[in-house]
Design a protein around this ligand. Structure first.
Ligand SMILES: [Zn+2]
Length: 108
């Protein structure tokens, strides 16, 4: 698949930037962008603050646990508890087997 011409052009222009230009205090990012891409037109948007935020919650994890089959929940019990780590934000949620809807493996 041939790369888009604009992308190739952008890459080739970016590759002309010298390291010293990137740390030049007299050369703002806006000026550098204009220097590189003025022929295509440069639009700089206002910066937006970013915030690391995950939508996970103890309630959501609990609801997810309850969607598993009872046997799967029982297999998640380790050392008398169920520990779930969010893969996105690394938050750790701990539940008792009862809270997780899993018996301790000692079901009759
Ligand atoms: Zn999370």
């Amino acid at each position: 698949v041939a790369e888009d011409d604009a992308w190739v052009e952008g890459q080739s222009l970016i590759s002309t930037v010298e390291d010293v230009e990137l740390i030049d205090p007299d050369l703002s990012g806006e000026r550098l962008l204009y220097r590189l891409f003025h022929e295509r037109g440069v639009r700089v948007f206002s910066p937006l603050a970013l915030q690391a935020k995950c939508s996970c919650s103890r309630d959501a994890v609990s609801a997810m646990l309850k969607s598993f089959a009872p046997q799967d929940r029982a297999e998640m019990v380790k050392d008398g508890k169920v520990v779930v780590t969010c893969e996105f934000c690394s938050s750790v949620y701990q539940f008792t087997p009862q809270e997780a809807g899993a018996e301790d493996g000692a079901a009759p």
